[in-house]
Design a protein around this ligand. Structure first.
Ligand code: GPV
Length: 841
């Protein structure tokens, strides 16, 4: 590469490489240059949006310089890289993050002020990058932040959806979905017109014999769609390391565009073909913890896996190593089973294209992949019908059958007495139609399988992967408890708290090593510190109250206890338990004397979250919340004692306002159903307490912060099965308090009772699968304890500060180090100092 660079170019480069800006004036110059030239806007139409665009482009220039350098250094270092394959990256906004990571937010703030703009207004012009549903996609985004901040050579691979998760509008108390077209202006992506991969679908398999007399397969016929790379720079915090997120967009392959048709005037149908190809990356499937087996979704999965694998293999081949070295250079992490087709795809590349023998190829494949499981819910475990796969990916289906054959032969040899085991562990489920069990394929094709919190990792070993623990031994299975990036979820979302902490800990070092927070415990009795801590929480509540007023018209009192549940709406997450609790509280208040009411802490119950468009029960829950809000908020007799708010369109940027403003947040899934949860961590880190079940990461949060600083309630995971069983045999009695809530709903107090009958009947008549009734009494009692605890503000603040100080474990930096050590075997690459010459050989 080096030899090809002419000397004059080299000289010019070293002289003219842009440097970025240091002062507010330099920043202004860059921003204005972009507004005038890149955007062709003048001073006379420079509004908040244009200023955002100019600011983003100025920061983008900075990022790109670090990015180019990082990529060059990583290529030269030629060490093992991590590839994180995820169908979802829920990034949110990028500008604030870029400013903070580059360390120039103050410069920009000052520069923008001088131009007459407020930085918050400018930042809030940005459209969220919402290429994800919920926790799984946001985890991927936090991981990218940590990988860059810790200087790991790592790439993310995903799909460039033209439409992210839908925008939610609440109209007359119902969710309405509006498409999220987000690419009108996206300064953070770079289309690599020269990085394309042809992706094959359909067709048939031809067997042939090579010149050496070997039996081989070739996948022929069918159609080709082109994948085009769009690259997004991912800056690390206080490091020049800027990693790459590569998102694939789909378009018609150049050879496929039918020029004949075009020329003969049938250009409409030729354009239709183009559009058909583009559909593959058009839209994110809006299901969370639910799989629906749609052909287009399978196409998305293969399109993205094949393009990513081709890219990774192409990069490896440039280093001229032996194939056996592949797992020493490449670690691929599968974010849930969505990218599992990468396993047969790599096997296909190695065997069909590169000519390796099956066993040699399989040994490479199974050392390369790691698989993270994010759920035990049966409705979320991916299965694809064999006929569909046969049609779309005939060669991959064969390979999957062969993988299965080898695997089952191994099982048969080692467990000759357990004849049922073969049927239980087979990748192919013998149903009608037959189904491919993707989680089993992922386990068999990976060298490590991890869950995302201790309880969850134990549960997968005891339930869905029990047989595989017997087959492979327990070491193949491990736990990496989830984490969150403290840069976005503390420093960016709650700058005042971050500054307060920095003032006590002597700087912002804790943002890179969150365990340093423990020193805060020394200040738990410090009057000034406590006062400031409380004032910050209050100010954050004022900010949220303002947002609530602007978006819903509801006035809430910032001194009230803010009780928040924001997450995807799902029966297992039990927003229904929360709203039934709210109704219970409302009915209780209505019966209280003036004296009793005085003792009550005023409350605001805040809900937010999207329901999958086809998830009727979840939509009913939203409707009930809205109806309860309509009635309660209008009840003068109740006044400030209770307000109920449903916040429209919960997303990452709204979470940044909501998380710092809660007193209590709710993480109340039926025990054993929430794999981890990550917002629980965000709320506690921001000085809020939580009410939760013994589920997911709540358990480890309790272990870290102490059981006095969390409000736990409800049945344990180990008892869930028996309780469900008891319901089915009628050996249970509906909780009487819950029954009075149902009476109120049936009376029409919250509008048409019929709309809620399925919700109520699911509990009364149909087995109460999520154990709402079983947990209702302890849930309500725990809320009473919260009322009482909140009245003692001094103790409350002590709990909140102590909890923050003990949250160090939940940084996604800790997770990434654990993955790097126990699963990927990769080392960080310390970036070269500024000005150091990189020699290319
Ligand atoms: I599977 N998760 C998600 O957001 N969407 C999914 O489709 C699936 C899992 C979530 C889990 O529900 C959370 O408990 C977990 O914290 C998160 O993934 C990240 O691991």
């Amino acid at each position: 590469v080096e030899a090809a660079i002419p000397e004059p170019a080299r000289k010019a480069w070293s002289k003219y490489t842009p440097k970025g800006f240091e002062t507010p004036e330099d920043f202004e110059k860059e921003a204005i240059r972009h507004i005038e030239t890149t955007l062709a806007r003048s001073l006379y139409n420079c509004d908040d949006f244009a200023t955002y665009a100019g600011t983003a482009l100025a920061f983008r220039d900075r990022l790109v310089l670090d990015w180019n350098k990082t990529q060059q250094e990583q290529t030269l270092a030629d060490q093992k890289r991590v590839y994180y394959l995820s169908l979802e990256f829920l990034m949110g906004r990028a500008l604030d993050n870029a400013m903070l990571n580059v360390g120039q937010k103050d410069v920009a703030k000052k520069g923008l002020e001088e131009l007459g703009f407020r930085i918050e207004d400018v930042i809030s012009q940005e459209h969220d990058a919402a290429l994800g549903n919920g926790g799984l996609g946001r985890l991927a985004a936090c991981f990218l932040d940590s990988l860059a901040s810790l200087n790991y050579p790592a790439w993310g691979y995903g799909l460039r959806y033209r439409y992210g998760i839908f925008k939610q509008e609440i109209i007359d108390g119902y969710q309405v979905e509006v498409p999220d077209y987000w690419l009108d202006f996206n300064p953070w992506e770079f289309c690599r017109h020269d990085v394309t991969v042809d992706i094959h679908f359909y067709g048939h398999v031809r067997k042939y014999t090579t010149d050496e007399g070997k039996q081989r397969c070739s996948w022929e016929g069918g159609e080709i769609v082109q994948a085009v790379a769009f690259d997004v720079p991912i800056p690390g915090y206080t490091t020049p390391t800027t990693n790459n997120l590569r998102l694939w967009g789909s378009k018609a392959a150049s050879g496929e565009f039918d020029f004949q048709k075009f020329n003969s005037g049938e250009y409409e149908s030729s354009v239709a073909e183009q559009q058909r190809a583009e559909t593959i990356s058009a839209v994110l499937y809006p299901n969370d913890n639910l799989e629906r087996g749609k052909e287009l979704r399978l196409k998305q999965q293969y399109f993205w896996c094949a393009a990513s694998l081709f890219d990774i293999v192409r990069r490896f081949k440039k280093t001229n190593r032996a194939w056996g070295e592949f797992p020493n250079q490449v670690a691929i992490q599968l974010n849930d089973t969505h990218p599992t087709l990468a396993i047969p795809e790599l096997q296909r590349i190695l065997v069909d294209i590169e000519g390796l023998d099956w066993d040699e190829a399989w040994s490479i494949v199974s050392k390369t992949f790691g698989y993270t499981n994010h759920t035990v819910l049966p409705e979320a475990l991916e299965k694809w019908s064999v006929p569909l796969m046969q049609h779309l990916l005939p060669r991959h289906l064969q390979i999957i059958y062969d993988i299965n054959l080898h695997f089952l032969q191994y099982v048969e040899r080692n467990f000759p007495k357990d004849r049922d085991m073969l049927g239980r562990v087979s990748i192919i489920e013998e149903s009608n139609p037959k189904m491919v069990r993707m989680a089993y394929l992922a386990v068999i094709g990976s060298h490590k399988v991890n869950g995302v919190a201790e309880l969850h990792s134990d549960l997968i070993k005891a339930t869905i992967f029990k047989d595989f623990v017997e087959i492979y031994g327990p070491d193949k299975f491990t736990n990496v408890t989830n984490g969150i990036t403290p840069r976005r979820w503390l420093h960016q979302a709650n700058p005042r708290l971050s500054e307060l902490i920095a003032s006590k800990l002597g700087g912002h070092e804790f943002l890179k090593d969150l365990t340093l927070l423990h020193k805060l415990e020394e200040y738990v009795d410090d009057k000034e510190f406590r006062k400031e801590f409380q004032e910050i929480k209050y100010a954050n509540k004022v900010r949220l109250a303002k947002h609530i007023k602007e978006s819903t018209g509801i006035s809430v009192n910032p001194s009230a206890l803010f009780d928040v549940q924001v997450k995807r709406i799902h029966e297992y997450k039990r927003q229904q338990l929360n709203i039934f609790g709210v109704i219970h509280r409302y009915l209780a208040i209505k019966k209280m004397s003036a004296e009793e009411r005085k003792k009550l802490a005023p409350r605001v119950s805040i809900f937010g979250g999207k329901a999958a468009p086809g998830y009727w029960m979840a939509k009913t829950v939203i409707h009930l919340i809205c109806e309860v809000g309509r009635v309660v908020n209008a009840d003068k007799d109740v006044g400030d004692l209770l307000k109920v708010v449903f916040l429209e369109d919960y997303n990452v940027s709204k979470a940044e306002i909501i998380c710092p403003a809660s007193d209590i947040s709710e993480h109340i899934s039926t025990a054993g159903t929430e794999a981890s949860g990550t917002s629980n961590m965000k709320f506690v880190l921001n000085g809020g307490l939580i009410i939760g079940t013994c589920d997911g990461a709540n358990i480890e949060i309790t272990r870290e912060i102490g059981e006095n600083n969390i409000f736990l309630f409800g049945n344990l995971a180990e008892d869930v099965e028996d309780l469900r069983h008891a319901h089915l045999y009628g050996q249970y009695k509906l909780d009487p308090e819950l029954n009075s809530v149902f009476e109120a709903i049936r009376s029409g107090m919250f509008g048409d009772a019929g709309s809620f009958s399925a919700l109520v009947n699911g509990i009364v008549d149909h087995g109460d699968y999520y154990l709402v009734s079983d947990d209702f009494a302890s849930y309500c009692q725990t809320h009473e304890m919260i009322d009482e605890a909140y009245r003692n503000q001094e103790e409350w603040v002590t709990k909140a500060i102590t909890a923050v100080a003990r949250m160090g474990f939940f940084s996604s930096d800790r997770c990434i180090d654990e993955y790097a050590e126990a699963i990927w075997n990769v080392e960080p690459l310390t970036p070269k100092k500024e000005g150091a010459q990189v020699s290319v050989h």
